[in-house]
Write a protein that binds this ligand. Sequence first.
Ligand code: GRF
Length: 321
Amino acid sequence: MAEKARIGILISGRGSNMAALVYAAKAPGCPYEIVLVASNHPDAPGLTLAEAEGIATFAHPHKGLSREEHDAIMHDALVEAGVEYVVLAGYMRILSDGFVSKWADRMLNIHPSLLPKYKGLDTYQRAIDAGDRVAGCSVHLVTPELDDGPILAQTEVAILPGDDADSLASRILIAEHQLYPGALARYVTREADPDWILAEVRRRALALEETHERASFGAPGWRVGSETTGKYFAYFAQSHHGEASIALLVKTTGIDEQTALIDADPDLYYAPKFYGKSGWIAIRLDQGRTDWDYIGEWLYKSWCQVAPKRLTRLIEIAGQF
Ligand code: GRF
């Protein structure tokens, strides 16, 4: 199995979600390990539990420090522990934009509502007062805007007749403990998920001008030009023609470039069946080390190879200035 993702959890109090993650991480095959539990309250009950479970802990009160100063101290502790993903679990601090951007796409939070409903506090009472039939919890990526990042997973929890904020909160908490460990596991292994990889390729391919998607012999492919006369500039190969790998197929300038690429990095590139003969190259996307900016550049270069002159001419002209 691949190396486990290293998780740092930030808490402020009880730490029941932290405990759920700690125990989930003990299961064989869990793709993450908890390497640090840190808090802004040195007496947070969750720290005692983490210590008893043999996990490194760190605490630093925020009193007397600016938000940026305190965040910097927490950041250094996370980096020192070799943390790759930060998981917020009842961390009752608004984070500075600087801290959030340092952990962009690598920081998750759990919130006790079905986001985008009821951001902020008092979520249970607000759901009850609104007459909702279901409440719930959401795991989301953290962005500078409070409780606003992309939603990764949600669980609905029925609101019962006679529920008050406390009774509803305690049921939602059960759902949180079920939701968070699985959502984290899926997130840290997303680069091995073919659907996630395909979505990343698709987003970049369709961002290029005048492109559309059309399957070719069962493989997703992207064309430039009109629906009738468009030409393929990329294919997504997953177990295609019996090949085991997941790869992006793009057009090189010809066999010479194709050969040079394969010679330079035979683990990353190969000549795909059928398409290889006409100078297409396969770039592997399933090795857990994909440089997505580089993939974006390849899609663009391949698009330039086949795009109609009226589209590429504008780019050539722009390039002269
Ligand atoms: C949970 O309700 C969670 O949704 C919210 O803070 C609370 C943390 O509880 N973000 P605990 O410390 O994990 O027990």
